[in-house]
Design a protein around this ligand. Structure first.
Ligand SMILES: Cc1cc2nc3c(=O)[nH]c(=O)nc-3n(C[C@H](O)[C@H](O)[C@H](O)COP(=O)(O)OP(=O)(O)OC[C@H]3O[C@@H](n4cnc5c(N)ncnc54)[C@H](O)[C@@H]3O)c2cc1C
Length: 492
């Protein structure tokens, strides 16, 4: 271990380790409460996985995919790209992948600069370096060792930060299959976002949100896509009907979806990759492609941050916290992707950061509840869901009533030319309380906001059936789905 060469005199109210969405949100909120805040980030950029290799770049590329898809079907909207010359075919739109990547990168740069601005605006002290707790607090003050950028062991450790409270927000990284390291053909979410061209063929191992979004995106851009999912269904955390319908729609779009597929080996070939797997019937199969994306989940970054010297408790590598995001070590909090029992989503990181900041500042807060977290997947069509699935509600002992409304009956969906999918409402039969809402279809990732509010305010079917939804909007599909719970959808 390199020697400490400098100790700063300041004692911060809170030091935050990790500048992703969890960490920077906690920093800004703590500063807004008037606390003295240090934000320690190992790289020279704030924003974490979300801004650089996750939410933002994927959504930028998915939006391009949506536009590209519209271009392919422009004639459905009465649009053509000119008559062409002579007897030749009419010109077709072309995809400039370099420009697509440039636009995505520009969005990242813009928002990275935005975070730099907000750090200054909130008077947060920003420290670049790799943070590690040194142990329990001494006289109520914690010490975080900060080593050179990226935690490079060869770099001289430059400082120790003293703080009354520490928030750990070190995030997660892609899990790899045993024995594999990512390269130019075996990809994680990081390498796939930097591809110089759209691959002709792509195998995706794992069909959770990350795998499914890339499958949807690259299929739209013209790649031959094969999905290999170990579980019996894709998007396995969603309501079963959502998984089933998305599978049907993926297959209709030409995505080769294989569930119950156990990947055995991934090898490089002369021109690409070869994936050997056992199919759902136990038969060995081999599939070759130009590239393979491994999207088999995320591992929390809880090693090498000094936890072993504290009372912080782990559960399969993730940090156990109470409802105020406090760990078992007094004065040490954990937020975001490293927390046990919460989904690995940016908005969970952000809200858990706000909860920790409020607790430290002695302010009121509402704990992050698992069943109030919206999950959004930006496939075509999109998924937005919150609360209990039908199966979870039944397993939890609820007598359940279901309302389901297809987007085919929604006039705005017709205007958009986007009729696939449905809204499904899971309600308690006795009291009419809405327990879960599951949307597959156009605008699902925005529409779900209404459902989150309904669940948060413990709304009932009856209340929502008499809540005016503007016409013609996609939100009316929710109104019809609430009505469908009582067998009274107007438009179906
Ligand atoms: C492809 C992909 C798409 C996604 N899309 C979405 C989406 O659409 N919506 C959504 O809600 N979520 C999405 N996610 C998940 C989302 O990115 C994460 O949930 C979110 O980034 C977690 O935030 P965090 O602050 O906990 O950690 P991170 O974003 O991982 O940030 C952690 C930060 O801590 C730094 N760090 C780590 N260790 C140290 C240390 N010891 N010292 C100093 N700094 C350190 C890292 O450099 C990093 O900047 C996506 C993820 C992926 C991979």
């Amino acid at each position: 271990m390199a020697e400490t060469v400098q100790v700063t005199g300041t004692i911060y109210d809170v030091a935050i380790v990790g500048g992703g969405p969890g960490g920077y949100t906690a920093a800004f909120r703590a500063a807004q409460y008037g606390l003295k805040v240090a934000l320690i980030e190992k790289t020279d950029k704030l924003g974490g996985t979300c801004l650089h290799w996750g939410c933002v770049p994927t959504k930028a590329l998915l939006f391009n995919a949506e536009i590209w898809d519209h271009m392919q079907h422009a004639s459905d909207f009465g649009i053509s790209f000119g008559a062409g010359s002579g007897d030749g075919p009419a010109p077709k739109p072309t995809l400039d992948w370099g420009a697509v990547q440039q636009r995505k990168n520009g969005i990242i740069v813009k928002h990275t600069k935005g975070l730099d601005f907000l750090v200054k605006k909130n008077k947060v002290t920003r420290i670049q370096g790799y943070g590690r707790l040194t142990g329990s607090a001494v006289d109520g003050v914690h010490t975080v060792d900060v080593a050179g950028p990226n935690g490079d062991a060869s770099q001289v450790q430059t400082s120790q930060i003293k703080a009354k409270n520490v928030i750990l927000a070190t995030g997660s990284e892609a899990r790899m299959l045993p024995g594999l390291t990512p390269d130019d053909r075996i990809l994680t979410n990081i390498e796939i976002l930097a591809l110089e061209q759209v691959p002709k063929s792509l195998i995706i191992v794992g069909a959770g949100a990350v795998g499914s979004e890339f499958a949807s995106m690259f299929r739209t851009f013209g790649a031959e896509v094969t999905v290999l999912e170990f579980l019996p269904r894709i998007m396995a955390l969603e309501d079963e009907e959502v998984s089933k319908e998305l599978t049907r729609l993926f297959k209709k779009r030409g995505i080769d979806v294989n569930t119950g597929a156990k990947v055995e080996t991934i090898e490089r070939t002369a021109s690409g990759v070869k994936v050997s797997y056992t199919d759902a019937n136990g038969r060995p199969q081999v599939k070759e492609a130009e590239k393979v994306l491994v999207a088999v989940g995320r591992a929390p970054r809880t090693a090498e941050v000094g936890l072993e010297k504290t009372k912080v408790e782990l559960e399969r590598g993730s940090v156990k916290v109470d409802e105020a995001q406090q760990t078992a070590e007094p004065g040490v909090f954990a937020i975001g992707d490293i927390v046990a029992g919460l989904p690995l989503l940016a908005h969970v990181g952000m809200m858990s950061g706000m909860v920790a900041a409020a607790k430290i500042a002695g302010k009121k807060f509402r704990p992050v509840r698992r069943d109030r977290v919206p999950a959004c997947t930006f496939t075509e069509p999109q998924i937005g869901s919150v609360g209990l699935t039908e199966a979870q509600a039944r397993a939890g002992g609820h007598e359940v009533k279901i309302g389901k409304f297809p987007f085919a009956g929604n006039s705005k969906a017709t205007v958009l030319g986007s009729h696939d999918g449905f809204v499904k409402v899971v309600a308690d039969a006795k009291f009419g309380e809405i327990l879960g809402v599951h949307i597959l279809g156009p605008g699902a990732t925005d529409l779900i906001a209404e459902a989150v509010t309904v669940l948060e305010l413990e709304g009932t079917v009856e209340e929502m059936m008499f809540t005016i939804h503007a016409h013609p909007t996609l939100s009316e599909s929710l109104l019809d789905a609430y009505g469908a719970v009582e067998g009274m959808a107007i438009n179906a």
